[in-house]
Ligand binder design. Structure first.
Ligand code: SF4
Length: 478
């Protein structure tokens, strides 16, 4: 039985849709531009980038466009390749691109056993365009092909007068009511519910669908998450356009890129106790898979299953939790991650709180025979690392500044205030700040602090020296 290793939420760059739903979070932000952008890398390259070996195990790859996902011309072939890699694949669709749905139905039994179609039920648009029958016919095609599926309606005030019709249509065609899911107002901070009704009235109406989805969302709505979250490691948000990754479905800051060099391991960077959102962006999805392992939640299978909508293999996979295939970080690793995130956020920061961390990093580096290091680039992380290592056996020998626009004199001057430990050496007239024109003396390792463009920097360093490089977020590996 497969257990989930990672959730990869893939943002498919299709900014066009055959529907115009007023509650659509994409339409709210005027993202539609009528374009299906060309991917920077082809499907064969993406398949190699997303092997089980590289990702660490069997993943759920969720494909969702900023418009209608199945309009992407490369999608069917890509889905096949991801399934052939051994992953489980979910596709979010409005269910009307019939030729593509029929192609999915022709997949092999093995491929179909790991495929999941999320049909978004847009009642008003279907009625307006007279396409209700096509929608349910396509669901039946998927169901008759033994592909797992779900049908969910995004709740909205305008559909309330038609609730009886929605229920009648669903019961007639599915023998069951659809799931219902909250719509978010993404034009304001913290994405509150998109409704003019008061909460009680809103919930009374929509909970009549008896859907675990909205029931779980209600429990989690507006709860700020402060626990340690593995978004950015166990969960990744992947921009299919170019391979950039960020922390979770909510987006958030870029962590790196996983398509540029597919021979390089994937460098992750969890968000830790610093979730940037007012409440968990996709709680029904990510919390139920256990992105915050200390929370006791139902399984994702529990969110999705209705009346045999999930096939056996999918049901078992959706019942697994991320903690079953991943190890929680050590306290030291958690401290490192939280400290780096805190520096990034410019939070007040007391270096003396990092005593344990400096010992642990010293221990780790000495174990690898690293006694002398250089730090690549001049930023808040390099300042912190210099201070942190100043009372250890690890000697910071140089600071490499490659892209300096403001000249070494100015950096040297800045050192008086920011890099007290290294400044002592400046006073002794040692050349410790080097740029791309200097010869770089050998050190045991070079610490790269700019994790977002790690690969680019690694390439530049390679041109100057063969010294080993370490990414700052990986100073403690587990
Ligand atoms: S708590 Fe949810 S929204 Fe916040 S970072 Fe984690 S997965 Fe993302």
């Amino acid at each position: 039985m497969d257990k989930i290793k990672r959730v990869i939420n893939c943002v498919v760059p299709v900014k066009v849709c055959n529907f115009k739903c007023h509650y659509c979070y994409v339409g709210q932000n005027n993202v539609f531009n009528g374009k299906i952008e060309k991917l920077k890398y082809d499907n064969a390259h993406i398949q190699k980038a997303l092997t089980k070996e590289r990702l660490g195990g069997t993943c759920l790859i969720n494909l969702c466009a900023e418009g209608e996902t199945l309009l992407a011309p490369y999608l069917i072939d890509l889905v096949k390749r991801l399934l052939n890699n051994g992953h489980y694949v979910a596709i979010v669709t409005n269910g009307l691109i019939t030729n593509k749905i029929e192609e999915l139905c022709k997949f092999t039994i093995k491929q179909k056993s790991k495929l999941f179609i999320k049909f978004s039920y847009h009642f008003l648009e279907l009625k307006k365009l007279n396409l209700t029958k096509n929608f349910f016919d396509n669901i039946k095609k998927i169901q008759n092909s033994n592909i797992s599926f779900t049908v969910e309606l995004t709740v909205n005030d305008e559909s309330i007068p038609f609730i009886d019709d929605i229920k009648k249509d669903s019961l007639e065609n599915l023998n069951f009511l659809p799931h219902v899911i909250e719509s978010r107002n993404t034009t304001v901070d913290n994405f509150p519910r998109l409704t003019k009704l008061d909460e009680k009235e809103h919930l009374k109406i929509w909970q009549s669908f008896d859907s675990n989805l909205i029931n779980f969302q209600t429990k989690e709505w507006m709860k700020k998450r402060c626990e340690f979250c593995y978004g950015g490691d166990w969960v990744l948000n992947l921009y299919l356009l170019n391979g950039d990754i960020s922390i979770c479905n909510g987006g958030g800051p870029k962590i790196g890129n996983i398509f540029e060099d597919i021979n390089e391991p994937i460098h992750t960077y969890a968000i830790g106790n610093n979730c940037p959102f007012g409440h968990c962006f996709a709680a029904h999805f990510l919390l139920t898979f256990g992105v915050i392992p200390e929370l006791n939640t139902p399984t994702y299978e529990n969110m999705r299953e209705r009346e045999n909508w999930l096939q056996k293999e999918m049901k078992e996979f959706y019942s697994s939790k991320l903690i079953e295939s991943n190890k929680e970080y050590s306290d030291d690793k958690k401290l490192l991650i939280n400290t780096l995130r805190s520096i990034e956020e410019n939070n007040d920061f007391d270096i003396s709180e990092c005593d344990n961390l400096s010992k642990k990093i010293e221990e780790n580096l000495l174990q690898q025979n690293i006694k002398t290091i250089a730090i690549y680039n001049d930023d808040k992380f390099s300042k912190w690392l210099c201070e942190l290592l100043s009372n250890t056996q690890i000697k910071v020998k140089y600071l490499y500044v490659l892209d300096s626009n403001y000249g070494l004199d100015s950096i040297t001057n800045k050192f008086k205030h920011h890099y007290r430990y290294l400044y002592k050496k400046i006073k002794q007239n040692k050349d410790i700040i080097l740029d791309k024109n200097d010869t770089w003396p050998h050190v045991d390792s070079i610490m790269i602090t700019e994790y977002v463009d790690y690969l680019k920097h690694k390439e530049l360093i390679k041109k100057k020296t063969n010294d080993k490089t370490i990414l700052i977020t990986e100073l403690i590996s587990k």
